[in-house]
Design a binder for this molecule. Structure first.
Ligand code: FMN
Length: 494
């Protein structure tokens, strides 16, 4: 079972040798960022700062900073297992025969068990306090940031029109001990709730949930699907919620800290700049003001944070989890897609590499346009389409096919559409150019001349060399001399 709350998550990380407790006094003003930046880029452990300067609360960072930890948080071996679980449900067919019926019922029960459950008491309300953000070791991340930012929140709202819940991860810039800005970008569901609000919109912010619930706040689900349901599905048990003390919203019962409050219609302030996941400061812009009405917490609450900046950072693995989880849903809509990869260095929205089973002329272009019309993938700036046999996660292979198969005049599509609000290179605000590169093999109908055959060794010879490999002594020699990298060994299938 995946960890049920932040405490059991920390226990698991400790047991797995994935957590270091830093007892030295460390300043959440810039110093923590520099430590975390170095640690993340070295593939290092989660860090629990037990003595952050200016606060009695420990500060947890880098809990998701490697693929292994991200998978551990979900209780799986590999992130691909998450997609497989989603596919299992999405591909549910009418059962034929008893065994299939029983299996089908099991799957439906799993779905029914995913619904969040309201309980009467929660550890997150052991203390009910007057709002006071000064109690928390909120990180001031980068020198150009104007203030400390809460960076790993689960922001809970209800759509005033439908009553449907939304949970999103939107940073909060501290204004003072009782107010913050709410940075929900224009394309996000929280912003849609805000646009539809009456005079006031109630908001609750959960900090320090179990890893799956924290992740779910960052999941780009369609507006009408509750992120807590997704969390329950992966946890294998419902997310337990308690009623807020001063707002008519439910919050995760086992969270470490909860901020409750509201946003007033029309009240905006200048948020940012903020050292962002694009690797640049996102500019100061108007965003709504969040007024706190209560702050509830566990008696010995732990404050969670994340640093974003020049990639790769910890958020890379939250993004990779999303990539794997949403592959089956993407395939449901565009079944010819075999796999896709959103490079971390492309800050996710800048580039999508997609492999397709091509069946007709112009197929690659159809897929580009499908991606530009699909949920948050619609904000993708570049789409590279390759054939089904290309490994989209192997960037050398992709680059090879782009070089080998593209006539730039014929195979590059320039288009225009909505872009990420943080994209500073876009010609317009949230709108700009898009590029599609068709790196698939071309048929005659697509203007290809006779397409040459790919070079491939015969299966018999491959099998022979596999069998005899150790006899050649190359592995021993090369590895012994340190001349063969791990990556090359993998490619050579050593
Ligand atoms: C660490 C982290 C910080 C994020 N910060 C923001 C943010 O400040 N504003 C925003 O609009 N999206 C932010 N995102 C992306 C959203 O959480 C993501 O798009 C999510 O799907 C939004 O939820 P929604 O689909 O319910 O709107 C962040 C994601 C991560 C992983």
């Amino acid at each position: 079972m995946p960890p049920g709350d932040l405490r059991s998550w920390l226990d698991l990380l400790r047991r797995e040798g994935e957590l270091v407790e830093v007892e030295a006094e460390v300043d959440p003003h810039l110093e923590v960022t520099e430590i975390v930046d170095r640690t993340v880029k070295a593939g290092g452990p989660a860090l629990l700062f037990t003595n952050p300067k200016g606060s009695d609360r420990p500060l947890l960072v880098n809990q998701f900073g490697t693929e292994r930890r991200m998978a551990l948080g979900f209780g799986v071996e590999r992130l691909d297992d998450l997609g497989a679980r989603v596919a299992d449900v999405l591909e549910l067919q009418p059962p034929q025969g008893l065994v299939e019926k029983v299996k089908g019922l099991g799957k439906l029960k799993k779905l029914a068990d995913s619904m969040p459950k309201t309980v009467s008491r929660g550890a997150c309300q052991e203390l009910v306090l007057e709002p006071n953000l000064d109690l928390l070791p909120i990180q001031h991340c980068w020198p150009g940031d104007p203030a400390p930012f809460i960076t790993l929140p689960a922001v809970i709202t209800r759509d005033p029109r439908t009553g449907g819940r939304n949970v999103g991860m939107y940073r909060l810039q501290k204004i003072d001990a009782r107010t913050t800005f709410m940075h929900w970008q224009i394309h996000k569901d929280g912003a849609a709730d805000w646009r539809g609000m009456g005079d006031r919109l109630e908001v609750a912010v959960a900090l320090g949930c179990d890893p799956i619930t924290t992740y779910s706040a960052s999941a780009p689900l369609p507006k009408h699907i509750d992120e807590f349901m997704l969390a329950g599905f992966f946890k294998g048990s419902p997310v337990e919620l308690v009623k807020g003390k001063t707002v008519d919203l439910e919050v995760p019962a086992s969270a470490e800290i909860v901020l409750e409050g509201y946003i007033e219609k029309g009240e905006l302030g200048t948020e940012g700049p903020f050292g962002d996941h694009t690797g640049y400061y996102s500019p100061a812009e108007p965003f709504p003001v969040f007024h706190l009405t209560a702050m509830t917490m566990r008696r010995d609450a732990i404050y969670p944070s994340i640093v974003v900046g020049i990639p790769p950072q910890e958020d890379a693995w939250l993004g990779k989890a999303t990539e794997r989880i949403f592959l089956p849903a993407v395939r449901m809509t565009v079944p010819e897609i075999v796999d896709y990869d959103l490079p971390v260095a492309g800050a996710f929205h800048n580039c999508v590499i997609v492999s397709v089973r091509k069946a007709y002329p112009g197929h690659a272009r159809k897929v580009m346009h499908a991606i530009w019309g699909l949920g948050m993938l619609s904000l993708s700036k570049a789409v590279v389409v390759v054939d089904d046999f290309v490994d989209v996660h192997d960037y050398e292979q992709v680059f090879f096919h782009v070089g080998a198969n593209v006539d730039p005049k014929r195979d590059v599509v320039l288009s225009e559409g909505p872009l990420d609000q943080l994209d500073h290179a876009a010609a317009g605000y949230c709108i700009g150019g898009k590029i599609g590169i068709d790196a698939t093999h071309k048929t005659e109908a697509e203007g290809g001349r006779t397409w040459p055959e790919r070079i491939e060794m015969s299966t018999e010879i491959r099998a022979l060399v596999d069998r005899r490999w150790s006899e050649y002594g190359i592995d021993r020699e090369a590895a012994g001399n340190g001349r063969i990298s791990k990556d090359l060994r993998r490619k050579l299938r050593l």
